[in-house]
Design a binder for this molecule. Structure first.
Ligand code: DC
Length: 217
């Protein structure tokens, strides 16, 4: 087994930014598991399935082949061979990912892929259930969180920079709803693993949070 760093936490806590920074510094591979659930969600949306249609999700998800590759150090997610990186960062896809990820068939498929990636290389992997389910033996486990208002503000700035029209109050409401959905689901809910270190990034810079994780190694 390579070195495994597991970072879990709610949406907008800064997991991916911090994980990428750590991976670059240490020369590890960054694995963004949320992107895999998003690719699956995109597939389901294209099949015209609604978040509430759990039985259809159960059957249709079997037709999605999700894999990842790397180009210039950046993770690329492929959905049935198509690079979908540019299509998965929308609220619609994020909400569908949150709604479809409790499905056992969806999880089984993606967890298997994640475990394979971490089995023979050094990885920083972020998600919701990495420390608790995917990599229970990870040498470093972090639960990264931040105040929901701070997370909403970060998301707001990110969308603003991309020229997307948005509303801070609505973003925060969405974040709270998504947290609730991810934390209360039956299978692999988002929670801090017993042996994970809690880091609250509300008042930290990216650099400070990345250093806090690296110092645990
Ligand atoms: O981190 P993200 O916003 O890209 O993740 C999108 C959704 O995917 C999230 O709301 C829940 C789900 N997810 C999951 O269930 N397990 C993971 N390891 C990662 C994401």
């Amino acid at each position: 087994m390579g070195m495994n760093i597991a970072i879990d936490g709610p949406a907008g806590a800064g997991k991916s930014t911090i994980a990428k920074r750590i991976a670059k510094k240490l020369g590890y591979i960054y694995v963004d598991t949320g992107a895999m659930y998003r690719a699956m969600a995109l597939f389901l949306l294209r099949e015209k399935i609604k978040p509430s249609e759990t039985e259809k999700i159960d059957v249709k998800c079997q037709e999605a082949d999700i894999s990842i590759g790397y180009e210039n150090g950046e993770q690329i997610v492929y959905l049935n061979g198509e690079n979908v990186n540019g299509l998965i960062r929308t609220e619609e896809v994020g909400n569908m990912a949150s709604a479809s990820s409790p499905n056992p068939n969806v999880r089984r498929k993606l967890v298997e892929l994640q475990q394979k990636l971490a089995s023979d290389q050094d990885v920083v992997m972020d998600g919701r259930d990495i420390g608790t389910c995917v990599l229970p033996k990870a040498q470093v486990k972090v639960y990264l969180t931040a105040d929901s208002r701070v997370r909403a503000e970060r998301r707001y700035r990110e969308l603003e920079e991309r020229g997307v029209d948005c509303n801070l109050g609505e973003i925060e409401k969405d974040i709270i709803e998504r947290d609730h959905q991810d934390m209360t689901r039956e299978i692999s809910p988002l929670r801090q693993a017993e042996d994970a270190v809690l880091i609250d990034s509300s008042h930290m810079t990216i650099e400070e949070a990345a250093e806090a994780v690296i110092s645990l190694l």
